[in-house]
Design a protein around this ligand. Structure first.
Ligand SMILES: NC(=O)c1ccc[n+]([C@@H]2O[C@H](COP(=O)([O-])OP(=O)(O)OC[C@H]3O[C@@H](n4cnc5c(N)ncnc54)[C@H](OP(=O)(O)O)[C@@H]3O)[C@@H](O)[C@H]2O)c1
Length: 353
């Protein structure tokens, strides 16, 4: 049995605690909060959990094997350092940390202490996400040309707007777009960042673009102020694969292959665009151009999505620890640190507004 301690009693802590208890051979045995009221309320809602009002006491508890860190972004690094010192395995909420150099230090410490450590990027383990990344990497849409994605919901939570707690929409929502496309794209060669900074000093909506020497462009939007389309799309020479909406809780993948045969067909009709004797609008070339811009031959694939979706990452953690691994092969620490590094570079670039 893998016995979990949970740090924090916020929204995501509750969802993930339920998912931990849902996975066989895993259970939450303790929860820590800054207040007794919160810890007790949380523990009362879980069958085997004890309430702690001291984070350190839970981390040091010998009955606990692994700590799930669900406190605000700016606290992640310090909490991880405490867990490593206590030789506890770690699942830490996203973003892994706020500074990539700090991330490298934590990786070195965790590896040296032989403790398992992974960022809780739950969406990376959802079956649809895993399948799409595999399909794109396997070249099922041919060479990749363009990637686009958006993630936006109306958020009013304090911590999201607090600079001190590591808020900002790039750290909170944009990071998913970077992280989920990173296995395919890697680090960008050039980047542009357009944040809209609110009165608390953090970006509330942002647009960023990456370009790659291989010829790929990626364009992303994130917002605390609006619902966005919440999809991730990969455009290749032979088709388009779309995850979502919403990409983070989807059981549907759409795969459009029309662009490939069309490309050949268009070459044919372009050979003699003006040779058609009838009205110009009837010429094959123009008829082709009048077709809806979005291709219509879409194949929808259903992929399982069970429970609240968080148990997929818990299964990954459990399986890795069972095998004696200290990092996940699917989401190694280098991946999480690179994503932080990309965000650090974006934040360092001059804000346009
Ligand atoms: N994986 C996901 O789907 C997902 C979704 C949302 C957020 N997250 C990540 O999960 C973490 C928590 O997010 P959340 O939305 O659950 O936040 P939240 O609802 O604001 O909860 C954060 C909790 O952390 C505790 N805490 C400890 N130190 C704190 C401090 N200095 N200031 C404020 N709270 C403190 C608080 O518990 P007490 O008051 O009981 O001490 C609070 O309930 C963040 O890192 C966020 O990026 C992940």
């Amino acid at each position: 049995m893998l016995k979990w301690g949970v740090l924090g009693t916020g929204e995501v802590a509750f969802d993930v605690a339920y998912a931990i208890n849902y996975v066989q051979n895993n259970k939450v045995v303790g929860v820590a909060s800054r207040t007794a009221k919160n810890a007790e309320w949380f523990a009362d809602n879980l069958p085997d959990a004890k309430a702690y009002t001291d984070f350190e006491a839970l981390i040091q508890d010998p009955n606990v094997d692994i700590i799930y860190i669900a406190t605000p972004n700016s606290t992640h690094s310090a909490m991880m350092r405490k867990c490593i010192a206590a030789k506890k395995h770690i699942l830490c909420e996203k973003p892994f940390c706020l500074d990539s150099k700090e991330g490298q230090e934590i990786k070195a410490l965790a590896n040296a202490a032989n403790v398992f450590c992974m960022e809780a990027l739950w969406t990376r383990f959802i079956p649809a996400t895993k399948q799409v990344i595999k399909q794109v990497k396997n070249g099922e849409i041919g060479s990749l040309r363009f990637v686009k994605g958006s993630f936006g919901h109306i958020f009013s939570k304090n911590r999201c707007y607090s600079k001190e707690l590591g808020g900002g929409v790039l750290f909170d929502l944009g990071m998913y777009l970077i992280s989920l496309t990173y296995p395919v794209l890697g680090s960008p060669d050039t980047q542009q960042f357009t944040p809209i900074i609110g009165k608390t000093g953090v970006d509330e909506q942002s647009h960023f673009t990456f370009s790659y020497k291989s010829g790929i462009i990626a364009s992303f939007q994130c917002s605390f102020l609006n619902d966005l389309e919440n999809t991730i799309e990969f455009y290749g020479e032979n088709g388009i694969i779309k995850l979502g909406p919403p990409f983070y809780r989807t059981s549907k993948i759409s795969f459009d292959t029309q662009s490939s045969p069309d490309a050949e067909h268009k070459k044919e009709v372009r050979k003699n665009p003006y040779g058609y004797p009838g009205p110009m609008s009837q010429a094959p070339y123009y008829k082709e151009r009048l077709k809806p811009i979005l291709p219509s031959k879409t194949k929808l694939t259903s992929v399982p999505f069970k429970g609240n979706g968080y148990h997929y990452e818990i299964e990954e953690v459990y399986n890795c620890i069972q095998k004696g691994w200290i990092e996940s092969e699917i989401l190694p620490l280098d991946h999480s640190i690179k994503v932080v590094d990309i965000m650090n570079k974006l934040y360092k670039s001059e804000p346009v507004i």
